[in-house]
Design a protein around this ligand. Structure first.
Ligand SMILES: [Zn+2]
Length: 322
């Protein structure tokens, strides 16, 4: 029997956040002084004073981006991702500055250009296509597991077709003969992975929990609830760790709860779009999977095929353990 899982989800994000970036000869090098504009933008955005943000625009930007449009765009950002909680300068070159902007429920690269009067010429919020986790992660289980899907190519990882799940892993347990079950594989209980404890890879906050989705009979899927029983953890670096397919009624954490590395989240199961018990795990830049871009996942310290590795991103056929 062969596995796996997550249907590709409809993808609408990228164009949504690319608003406008006007290149202008009036722009000049970013200095500390110009950060005043970003500070104002951020505090107006958080206070939902979108007309005050509009007032920061240069005359030509105001023409290109009418108040109604900018308000609708920023309201949408606010409702999807919440306020900006942190802003870190990544680079400033010539007329542009780029920041890592952490929202309550997402992380984006914020590019902004200002002119010599500190008026905004343009800005974008875009996902970081090459992002990887900063937070140190350990594997979320005990013992040795097998990576069935993982890696950067479609041969190694069918998830690459999905924007949110492109760096996902499907992981289960196989015996020496390569089977993932003990006898005939007809029941979930026959599978080595079923009911195994899944734990937090790092400290974080539980952002979302789904439980109550029935486990499938092996070989059948439940596309109505793609991720099945699900937990999303937000790390201190604003990475969103998504675990899918927990066993029905096994999730041990609640939304809003703080968890510690190694803390029990729930048990491995076969709920959602899953054909046999396994763990689907990936990291994304925002909480909402339907709007997310995947983040490449490296584990800090793990044993891969018997060899100790640090800062390693597993691929298909790896046998991995802590
Ligand atoms: Zn998967």
């Amino acid at each position: 029997m062969y596995i796996e899982v997550l249907q590709p989800t409809y993808n609408m994000r990228n164009f949504l956040f690319i608003l406008l970036l006007i290149c202008s000869s009036h722009a000049f090098a970013q200095t500390e002084q110009t950060e005043q504009t970003e500070d104002k933008f951020q505090s107006f955005y958080n206070a939902e004073k979108y007309d005050s943000i509009f007032s920061l625009f240069s005359a030509e930007t105001k023409k290109a981006l009418p108040l109604d449009n900018i308000t609708a765009f920023l309201q949408n950002m606010q409702s999807q991702f919440g306020p900006i909680t942190k802003r870190q300068l990544i680079k400033s070159e010539g007329k542009n500055a780029s920041y890592k902007a952490s929202f309550e429920r997402g992380t984006f690269i914020w590019n902004i250009a200002v002119d010599k009067h500190l008026s905004i010429l343009g800005f974008t919020f875009v996902p970081d296509k090459n992002a990887r986790n900063i937070t140190k992660l350990q594997l979320p289980f005990k013992g040795q597991w097998d990576v069935v899907w993982g890696g950067d190519t479609k041969e190694l990882n069918y998830h690459v077709q999905s924007e949110a799940q492109k760096n996902a892993f499907d992981i289960l347990i196989k015996d020496n003969t390569g089977n993932s079950f003990k006898t005939d594989g007809k029941h979930n209980e026959d599978y080595y992975a079923f009911g195994k404890e899944l734990t937090a890879p790092c400290d974080g906050e539980i952002m979302m929990v789904i439980d109550g989705v029935k486990d499938n009979v092996p070989g059948t899927m439940n596309p109505s609830y793609v991720t099945g029983n699900t937990v999303i953890i937000k790390t201190v670096n604003n990475e969103f760790l998504l675990f899918a397919h927990f066993k029905n009624h096994s999730v041990k954490v609640k939304e809003g709860q703080k968890v510690k590395q190694g803390q029990l989240l729930g048990l491995c199961g076969n709920s959602g779009n899953s054909s046999e018990p396994h763990l689907h795990f990936h990291i994304q830049n925002v909480e909402n999977m339907n709007m997310a871009t995947g983040i490449k996942c490296y584990f800090d310290k793990l044993v891969v095929n018997g060899e100790l590795k640090t800062d390693y991103s597993p691929i298909q056929k790896d046998k991995i353990k802590n």
